[in-house]
Structure formats: C-alpha cells, structure tokens
Design a protein around this ligand. Structure first.
Ligand SMILES: C[S@@+](CC[C@H](N)C(=O)[O-])C[C@H]1O[C@@H](n2cnc3c(N)ncnc32)[C@H](O)[C@@H]1O
Length: 213
C-alpha cells in the first residue's frame, strides 16, 4: 500500500545523495537548499522522534547529532542499507507510512522529508489519523514536501519544467500524488491538528501540524 515506488528507490539509492546535492540539473530546484531545509526540520523535532521515508538518512543524521532518539521507517532495502551505514545509532525498520512495527510508547514528533507525496489522498488521510494516535498530547507532525498552491500552480510548474526540457520532472509532477495546499491543511484539520505551511523553495514546503493537549 503506497509503496509502488520502492523498486525505483532501490535503484536510486546509490546515486540519491548526488541528486539532492544538485548534480542533476532536472531536480536542482526541487532540492535547492536541501541541507538547510533538513536542518530546520531537525531543529524543530522533539525527542523521541518517528521518521518516515528515511532514505539515505540525511535527516536522521542531523536529528541524531542533536542527541535525540529516532525510530526510522523506510520501505526500500537499498535505502535502509545506506542509512544504516550513515547512521548506525538510529533504529531503522522496514515499513511505510501505513504499515510499520508498532511502538509501545507515544512519540513527541513525527517527521518526514520528500516522502508523504507517495501516498494517495485516501492513504494520506489514513496516515494522518494514525499520526494523531501515535503522538503524545502536544506532539507534532513536521514534514517537508513538494506541494501545489492549486491546480493553476500545478499546471504552471509542469509547463515550466517542460519548457526547460525537464521531462522526467514534468512527468513526476503529473503522476505522483503531490497535494494541493488547502486540501492538505484540511486533512490535518479534520483529524484535530492545528496546521501551518510555509514555502521553502520553488517546490518544497514546511508543514507543521500540532496536536492539542
Ligand atoms: C525522495 S526520498 C526522501 C528521502 C529522505 N527523507 C530525504 O529527505 O532525503 C523518498 C523516500 O520515501 C520512501 N518511500 C516511498 N514510499 C513510501 C511510503 N509509502 N512510506 C514511507 N516511505 C516511502 C522511499 O523509499 C524513499 O526513501
């Protein structure tokens, strides 16, 4: 469920860090300011932290460096292999946003970067409902991901990517499940979160959703 992209991530794992550091012109703007964005997310996280879609553990490394406890979840075997080398201190489990080993205790933060868009709208709703139960009172979800302000904005970004000859990016923007800003906010509000969103680069947004007491 929601992990149809796993083969692709197994193949991408060995060159993933090159992509996010701007080597691939097609995805340069998507990951512009990557290290700073992840640092901001790490700074906002409160221990114990649950992280979904760990990838090569770039965010995990920053959180662990702040002496916080992280339970990481990652569906791709190849990504987990690299993550375990980069961040042996973290506990990284096989799983995804909807199926993962159960934790006995609630967590203070649930974090994720560039992964939530792999879920369909219905799967996002299910996942958000679970986040609410997994978090302790006053806990928070802090995500970074690509989203669209609305349909016009989506079409504009697709057109710009096509004009630049970035056909893989244009296809991603059409086929993956990037949400619309208001739709995403509404999903969190429906589950009882207070939510705020802030744009970080042309594509990426910081999403903060706080559970009340
Ligand atoms: C673009 S990478 C982001 C990795 C890392 N968080 C970062 O910021 O560099 C997306 C990650 O999400 C993982 N992923 C894909 N589908 C997922 C799902 N349904 N649940 C959790 N993670 C998923 C992929 O395997 C991949 O490691």
């Amino acid at each position: 469920m929601g992990i149809e992209f796993v083969d692709l991530f197994d193949q991408w794992a060995s060159s993933y860090d090159e992509t996010v550091s701007g080597h691939d012109p097609e995805y340069r703007e998507v990951f512009e300011g990557y290290e700073e964005m992840l640092q901001q997310l790490a700074d906002l996280s409160i221990s114990p932290v649950m992280e979904f879609g760990v990838g090569t553990a770039n965010l995990t490394r920053k959180i662990i460096d702040q002496h916080k406890v992280v339970f990481g979840i990652e569906p791709s075997k190849e990504m987990r292999r690299i993550a375990n080398v980069k961040c042996p201190e973290a506990a990284i489990y096989s799983g995804d946003f909807l199926q993962y080993p159960s934790l006995m205790t609630p967590v203070s933060s649930i974090v994720s970067s560039f992964a939530f868009h792999h879920l369909t709208k219905e799967e996002k709703e299910q996942a958000i409902e679970r986040f609410f139960h997994q978090l302790e009172p006053n806990g928070q979800v802090v995500f970074i991901d690509t989203l669209f302000k609305n349909e016009t904005h989506k079409q504009q970004l697709i057109m710009e990517a096509e004009k630049q000859g970035f056909l893989n990016l244009a296809q991603d923007l059409q086929e993956e499940y990037y949400p619309y800003l208001e739709e995403l906010k509404e999903m969190f509000l429906q589950q009882g979160f207070e939510v705020s969103c802030k744009q970080l680069n042309k594509y990426a947004w910081l999403i903060q959703a706080k559970k009340g007491e």
